[in-house]
Design a protein around this ligand. Structure first.
Ligand code: PGA
Length: 261
């Protein structure tokens, strides 16, 4: 069975006190079941260490991820964070190519591909975010866009390594807008992505986890998780609410138990 995940992207939110409160509440409300569902939170990098320690202290199974990393190993890159720094903090995941990085910080497919390759080498699981803008959606070129976003990374990383990559399909028009993609639409794009990988390596296509992201909340997660090619969610706004996030995690747990039985 493919790995199922819920990843909370806290973006540039939180402080020490808020993070601690949020984690404590999630820990109380969410009862993890040992059924292959992983839960990850991605705080701001300045709090990675804090969050990691808080989770360890309460024996939590929740993992920590970074929201970005430099493509460079070390050196004169003021303000950047390297993979070895993330490794030394015990960080397991890193979000790469989030649309906010692509749009606001001009990251292109090639830079993102290099970051994915470096993360794989460092044994930190890259979460490759892809998705079309509203203009691309309206122009009916979603498939073309996501194919290119995936294949530009495949060209540098190699398809055989893609079973170690997590893909997050996040239509840009759905991020932070409250306008979630319909489960059928999301499923159709997830299938395009899986079929594309299948053309190059069917074992990898069967294994790769593809998450949906964009206005996921506790009211819409269940119907998204019921789709065969949706392996979990990348959650932004709703991950800042312990109640919402815990309910989303519980829904994926239930779905996973259903699939296993
Ligand atoms: P959202 O953000 O859930 O607030 O739409 C998702 C994301 O940016 O990853």
């Amino acid at each position: 069975m493919r790995k199922k995940l819920v990843i909370g992207n806290w973006k540039m939110n939180g402080d020490r006190e808020q993070n601690s409160r949020l984690l404590h509440q999630i820990q109380t409300q969410y009862a993890p079941v040992d059924n292959g569902v992983s839960v990850v939170v991605c705080p701001s990098s300045v709090f990675l260490n804090d969050v990691q320690k808080l989770l360890q202290a309460c024996g939590s199974s929740i993992k920590v991820g970074a929201q970005n990393v430099s493509e460079h190993a070390s050196g004169a890159y003021t303000g950047e964070i390297s993979l070895s720094m993330l490794q030394s903090l015990g960080c397991d995941y890193v979000l790469l190519g989030h649309s906010e990085r692509r749009v606001l910080f001009a990251e292109d497919n090639v830079v993102i591909a290099r970051k994915v390759a470096s993360a794989l080498k460092a044994d930190i699981t890259p979460v490759l975010c892809i998705g079309e803008t509203i203009d691309e959606y309206n122009a009916g070129i979603t498939e073309e866009i996501v194919r290119k976003q995936v294949m530009d990374v495949v060209a540098i990383v190699g398809v055989d390594n893609f079973d170690k990559v997590i893909i997050a399909y996040e239509p840009v028009w759905a991020i932070g807008t409250g306008e979630v993609a319909t489960p059928d639409y999301a499923q159709s794009v997830h299938k395009v992505i899986r079929d594309l990988l299948r053309q190059h390596n069917s074992a990898v296509a069967d294994k790769v986890s593809i998450l949906y992201g964009g206005s996921v909340n506790a009211d819409n997660a269940q119907s998204l998780f019921s789709k065969p090619d949706i392996d979990g969610a990348l959650v932004g706004g709703a991950s800042l609410s312990a109640d919402q996030f815990s309910r989303i995690c519980a829904m994926l747990n239930r779905q996973s138990i259903k699939l296993a039985s």
